[in-house]
Design a protein around this ligand. Structure first.
Ligand SMILES: [Zn+2]
Ligand SMILES: [Zn+2]
Ligand SMILES: [Zn+2]
Length: 191
């Protein structure tokens, strides 16, 4: 027998790792046997929803329950490589926020934004009806849009008509963009 690092053909000493079949080499590189799709046939399906399996986060290096990983259908095991905590830290960081802005400006980001808007419209059909009715009434001169915010009194920018109830399209509170945003954030955290 020739030693592993000696090629019988040319007699040159070669790297042991290069002699291994590629798939085996890849398997060794993957640090979580039993989880990866290569080790468990049909893992992509069985991994999702399983509660007693773990995989290693490639960011923090900790072994964590599969519930700690978000979904990523483009990956073989159907899960992200970073745990939720690492994703959260990255999203809050300066680099993460810059990456998100780049994504928003890309075609994929714009398409995702459109899909989210459509989902929102489908879920809140009355909201669209109200906005349409109000802007129609403003254009026809039946409703006058004020120039000052009723909450803070400032007059910069467009004053929004906020609907407290989407069943009454002309019953609105007039707010500047900032007050309007804060009101919706407060309403969201109430729920
Ligand atoms: Zn992590
Ligand atoms: Zn205001
Ligand atoms: Zn509103």
């Amino acid at each position: 027998m020739f030693p592993l690092d000696f090629s019988p053909i040319c007699g040159i000493v070669v790297n042991e790792r290069l002699q291994q079949p590629r798939s085996q080499h890849n398997l060794r590189k993957v640090g979580y046997p039993g989880i990866h799709a290569e080790a468990v046939p049909g893992a992509r399906l069985s991994v999702i929803g399983s509660t007693n399996m773990e995989k290693r986060c490639t960011k923090c290096g900790k072994m964590k329950n599969l519930a700690e990983f978000g979904k990523d259908t483009s990956r073989r095991d159907g899960l992200r490589n970073w745990c939720r905590e690492c994703i959260r830290c990255y999203a809050a960081s300066q680099a993460g926020r810059a990456a998100f802005r780049r994504f928003q400006a890309s075609d994929a980001g714009k398409a995702m934004h459109c899909r989210a808007n459509k989902r929102h419209r489908d879920k809140n059909p009355k909201q669209g009806v109200c906005h349409h009715a109000l802007s129609g009434a403003i254009a026809a001169g039946k409703v006058i849009r004020p120039t000052v915010c009723s909450a803070c009194g400032q007059s910069n920018g467009v004053i929004h008509g906020h609907h407290a109830d989407y069943n009454s399209p002309y019953d609105v509170v007039w707010l500047c963009a900032l007050c309007h945003k804060h009101l919706h954030i407060a309403k969201r955290s109430e729920r």
